[in-house]
Design a protein around this ligand. Sequence first.
Ligand code: SF4
Length: 397
Amino acid sequence: MASKIFNPKAKILANADRVLDFFEYGVAAPILVEIDPSNACNHGCYFCISSYIHLPESVDLKTFDRSIMTRNVLLDVCRDLIDLNTRAINWTGGGEPTINPALKEAIEFVGETSDIKMGIFTNGTLLDKYDLFDTFVDHMTWVRFSVDAGREETYNSVRRVKGGQNWKKMLSNLSKLIKTNNEKGKKIDIGVGFVITPDTYTEIVDFAKVFAEYDVDYCQFKPEIVNREREDGQQREQEFWYNEVEPLLEEAKSILGSKFQINGYKLSDLEEDPDLYGRSYEKCLGSQIQPCVGADGHVYVCTNHRGYEEYSYGSLYEKSFLDIWGNMQKRREVMHRIEEEECFSNCTQLCKPHESNKAMWKLYNEYNESEDKELYKNDLLQLGDIQKKEITHPEFI
Ligand code: SF4
């Protein structure tokens, strides 16, 4: 089932109706909204993409913030996303989403009152504390545990775990979630993730061996993306990926079979295009259908710019999501800054929407150059219908 989960280009096509709305009217309801219920985290992984927000060593940065979104703001934004006919929500961070005590209520509210699909990235160690097993199985589409190691000692040290929220707890909560899911007829997809770093890559095979024994739907490997706040935002050398990591991934693949998944980051963009890092697009159109709601209440352009007020369209503590999303003047100002003034210089290399940006930019140009727009739209919608049938979780672009 998991063979076509991670395919951003196909997912853009599968949502061609929203994409075309955006091209035609300059505004469209979001397809996916990334929500950070919490900027606080009970772990402290140095390679976290949000390290600059909550790690102890970031305490002097202006972005340091360990907010937990209030229940009212959380539920209000959910109501607005339902009204907007948003297709999917990713509960993410920021920090660890399950730390927010109102998350359970928010998930149940969205699940019971709308068709919005939901997924969550979690370290999984708090699922028992907040009694989330049934809630997840009843309402989510997928749950992914971030593991990032293959051995207990490494997990506990790279994640800087405290108390009992450690490797053993993660495994016992994973087992309980799998059991709950199986008892209810396998309603959701459960995956585990491994961010490959120079400190952990030697455990790729250990990780594969451990999770080959669990009834998970997929094991996803993805390269660490270094954010701009750390090590000057420079990514690891290509040799590291090709010489050190690739052979281990091959071994993991032979152990995991169809459960093996790799995130489609195009690392060759860094090598082949050292100036623009593959940013062949002049506009960041992908962000216009997948914004991020920070735990501080700001609606950000994207997850990579969370924490910076200059990339916020507005605060949910002052206005509703509907008002913020509909304020095109403010949104254009922020995008003008990123695209025209900064020319993407503050953007993370290989940011999450990078591949969808490429796809959107191609379609945007095709649309604008097409002489018969109705014909172009019909063709694209037909292509989208085909993609929708072929890929898994098309809403999660
Ligand atoms: S990092 Fe830059 S290019 Fe990437 S989604 Fe954010 S604004 Fe767009």
